[in-house]
Design a protein around this ligand. Sequence first.
Ligand code: SF4
Length: 363
Amino acid sequence: MIKHLYVHIPFCPNICPYCAFYKESAGRERVEAFIDALLVEAKRHAPTLKPRTIFFGGGTPSALSFPQMERLLKGLHGCLDLSTVEEWTIEMNPATVDTKKARLLRSSGINRISMGVQSWDDTILKKLGRTHSAQKAEESFHLLREEGFNNLSIDLIFGTPEESLASWRQTLEKSLLLAPEHLSAYGLTYEEDTEFFRLLGRGLMKPNEHLEADQMELTIDLLGEHGYQQYEVSNYAKAGRESLHNMAYWLGSDYLGLGPSAFSTVQGHRWRNIRETGIYSSSTMAGATASDFQEELSPQILASERAAFGLRTHHGLDFERARPWQQAMEEHEKQGLLYRTKDRWLLTRKGLLLADTVGEIFF
Ligand code: SF4
């Protein structure tokens, strides 16, 4: 049985200039057709699915209207065995939070909210193309608390050009005042096919790697001082509040992805659903496959992925799994990027800052 379910909801109220996820603006008919198709796809997989974790990502899942969200949630409850779900997360844009929707989510079993705050500085939010203000994000956070959500994540981005170390510190301190159970802090990246990538190419945006490293170090120090464990390079949690769903990915569990562009990996077989929502919907409704790409993963590739993702977590990589890369591990140890305990390898502080580079060992 597959224990981890991802549902991709590709609609966004507006398109952020740095975002490379598959997403589109929501048109009512397209959303309704998408929900029909998603429920058909869920029914297809129901016999092999008994989720312990569910993650609604996107896109902006919370951009669905109340009736659309209600239909989707009722439909999933109707066709899947959800009796073993421990953690059910939804990504929410602060601009799309309201009391009625929050009550629906909670009464439907969703018990964890990952809120895309990104920054508490309105100038930076504008630069990132976000539609919410810092004030709206704060109101949304309090609303979710009042509605009984006791597992909230504040998701932040650092490294936006013009964001000083002082401004980033204020964003961290403001987040800490709200005392979420979980925080994620990702450095801004410039992905192909984004507006920021084009601006970078034209020399109109200039990343500052040294400042970004300082911002990340500040994050590690400040959140650590306030009792948040850095359990993965970009993720911090109070004890027992790590994301079970993401840990399952990083530690190599099988997972099923529903919805356009979603990936699944089951017993060494990986496939990706059709990326275009209209084609995904019509293909699924016509009884055809929802996927347009698949591959068999060799044991070596699975071991490489497991090693690369595992090393980024606080579990590190045990010596047995690391054996094929022993020499490279020792070289990285000499460079101060890795250290060892009695049975495993872990990233040093310097290694955490250069985790992507260290991960190249495995591929
Ligand atoms: S960052 Fe989030 S809200 Fe912005 S376009 Fe991407 S998925 Fe949509």
